[in-house]
Ligand binder design. Sequence first.
Ligand code: FES
Length: 179
Amino acid sequence: MEDNNVQVTNFPDGRPQRVQPRWRQDFPIDLEADEYGARRDFTKFMVLTSLAFACGQLWIALLSTFRGRSPREQRIAAVDDVQVGQAVGFHFPTQRDPCLLIRQSENEFLAYSSLCTHLMCPVRPELEQGRLHCPCHEGYFDLGTGRPIAGPPRRPLPRIQLRIDRGIVYATGVEERAS
Ligand code: FES
């Protein structure tokens, strides 16, 4: 059972109980107990804060581990299925990432993310003009480099790294570029 007749002998301001304010008489706590409580609360606060900080660091480390990992190589198309001057769509590294594979010449393939770096509208190939066109705000990218040449986009399209092996074109990675 709780003891309601707690004898307090040492108030924080050092004055006797009879001159203490009413609220302190209602909640009498010894100075030692008060300090003990404060230290205990401070320790609890520090432990919880440290724990939250450690969890945050762990989360960041996990994210960077998985982000830094190269995506799994993916087959895009057979060389013979893409004509010179043709573009075909594919998704890489996930199904939420649309891309374009472009065959520029007999031996030259290029691939870019097809999401405009302005506001993520899908770009369309205009191969005869040597560019990719974003119809949302009339943005244009150079076909050979993926760099913006007109309109609001400021960053190049991410380039998809390719590997050709035994007549098959594979996507092997994504090269993000700042300028
Ligand atoms: S979204 Fe492409 S130009 Fe704006």
